[in-house]
Design a protein around this ligand. Structure first.
Ligand SMILES: [Zn+2]
Ligand SMILES: [Zn+2]
Ligand SMILES: [Zn+2]
Ligand SMILES: [Zn+2]
Length: 209
């Protein structure tokens, strides 16, 4: 029987539809499968074993020297297809441009934009990675505000910087007193500030216990 229920992925924490035995969401399961397919392979050139994915056929050293050899052959057989200084079509806007380097794909006007696009794509992909999202979530859990009245660390998603009704009332008292003093109504601000200082000390010692 295939009973599908809501599950929490043990890797990324996402809720997903899965059968009763699944511990990872489909994305995480796929990634962890891919990771586990990295194992020792035998290099077809030198016969040494090396860690590689299912399609890896050569060890890193042999792969590098083969690439060098292939590059040399390509250079011998007529060199690069496009000569520097020749004219080609921009792959982004279709305008003609003068080729200044062998791997150039875009006209000078598009080069910067194309590079930025590429970077943005990479960044978006990075941010979507489950482990990055997870780290962000954990960081968010650790987010803390400090109460402007008592300095106690606390968290609220509401737009407030006061941790309790008591602190809110006392903070309002202080600002009211300040406003009164400005209008020339002498009041004892210092008394309120002293009381705040006392309370801050109390909170601090409570937190140290
Ligand atoms: Zn997952
Ligand atoms: Zn090898
Ligand atoms: Zn262009
Ligand atoms: Zn407070």
């Amino acid at each position: 029987m295939n009973r599908r229920t809501l599950r929490t992925c043990s890797r990324c924490g996402k809720v997903f539809q899965g059968d009763i035995d699944s511990i990872m969401c489909p994305e995480c399961a796929k990634e962890s499968r891919q990771k586990s397919t990295i194992r020792d392979r035998i290099c077809i050139d030198c016969g040494r074993s090396f860690p590689g994915g299912p399609r890896a056929r050569r060890c890193p050293e042999c792969r590098a020297s083969r690439k060098k050899e292939m590059d040399r052959l390509r250079r011998q057989s007529g060199g690069p297809k496009r000569k520097l200084g020749s004219v080609d079509i921009c792959q982004r806007c279709g305008k003609e441009y003068t080729v200044e380097s062998g791997r150039q794909k875009y006209c000078p006007g598009c080069q910067r934009d194309a590079a930025l696009e590429w970077q943005r794509g990479r960044k978006a992909a990075y941010n979507k990675r489950p482990e990055v999202e997870q780290k962000r979530k954990e960081r968010r859990k650790k987010r803390m505000k400090a109460c402007v009245y008592c300095l106690r660390p606390f968290w609220s998603s509401a737009a407030t910087n006061l941790c309790s009704d008591y602190c809110r009332t006392e903070a309002e008292r202080i600002s009211q007193c300040r406003a009164d003093e400005k209008r020339g109504q002498g009041r004892n601000l210092q008394k309120l500030l002293d009381r705040r200082e006392e309370y801050r000390e109390r909170i601090k010692s409570e937190m140290l216990q």
